[in-house]
Design a protein around this ligand. Sequence first.
Ligand SMILES: [Zn+2]
Length: 412
Amino acid sequence: VTDIKAERLLADLQTLAGIGGLANGGVDRVAWSAADVAGRRWFAERISEAGLEPHVDAALNVFGHCPGAVGPFVLTGSHLDSVPNGGRLDGAYGAIAALEVLRTLSEANDPLADRVEIVGFSDEEGVRFSVGLIGSLALCGDLNFERTADLSDSEGTPIDAVLAQAGREFGRLQDAAQHLSALAGFLELHIEQGPRMDAAGISLAVVSGIVGVHRERVRLTGTQNHAGTTPFPLRHDAGRAASRTAAQLRELVEGIDANAVANIGVMRFAPGGVNIVPGEADFTLELRHPDEIIVRRIVQAFEERLRTICDQDGCSAEIELLSWVPPARMDPGMSDITAAACDAVGQQPPRLWSGAGHDAAVLSRHVPTGMIFVPSIGGISHAPSESTADEHLVLGARALLQAVKRAAAQIK
Ligand SMILES: [Zn+2]
């Protein structure tokens, strides 16, 4: 029976973790940084070393397939970039496992190998330019080029200069989409990045979908005044209105749907002084749920509550939509394939919704897409201590091999 080589998989994960590796065990391979580019070069070299053909596209997505193969392919992989001071498995695990799967099929001279392509995507995390998923969006022709062209990173370096440093032209990013027609499906293996599987002792899970994410900014206006001479009843305190809204958020959301989550991650008062009643306040709101209707219901309830609080505190509110990423449902056929693959390695996987975004959400709008999760120890991710037991890393890659074989066999 053909199977992956566990030691080679774990050794490659270890080596990649050393590129942009930190003394605390974490990694720093922020999109298109020197370390990220070095990681991509290393990944392409592993593809060549395995007798496969590497290809780096206009977005610096790294692909690999059997020499001469033209598709249609089942694509499998994940992203190679990380958050700053991040973990060694987020993204990297799915890319390395994909490499191990194709190496295994190729070494076994399995004819299905010609129908498989692997990928290490660019800038999934979106920390550098606050966009995210740039590599998979470019591949799918879904990137908003006008909006992306104006982006700069926190050091003020524009995105075209960043790409030029990495050897690519921003103006040619569209070229990445030429490859989409060669793809017949996508499979992504990823760490869960949450505590559910670890807490329940589950080794593998089939992802049924990826939550929708709503982001907005709320600006409150009251009256700036002297904090010593203005009695409470006469204040129009924008800071108090913002804080009351934030404090009531959790109960409001829980009252509508126990599976929804919300976050207020940024809040500012202006002008900001120990003896000044804030005349202005603003904060961001993020909401996540698998069902668009529930997200809308929460947004509406939130806005009603905000209006009530503003009336009580004599303030006015303005809301700006920052982004809306709709929920992405995985393909039922691909979910059956991933479930059968988990079964083939001795697991009965539950179906879970992903609370984190993934490249699979982008691909799912174009080709049949499926995802497999392995547990994250303690549910920790986007941190240097992010970890998964070796046994689970190996099991996940074995399940991916089974899923890829099944999906490739179905390509007409
Ligand atoms: Zn990821």
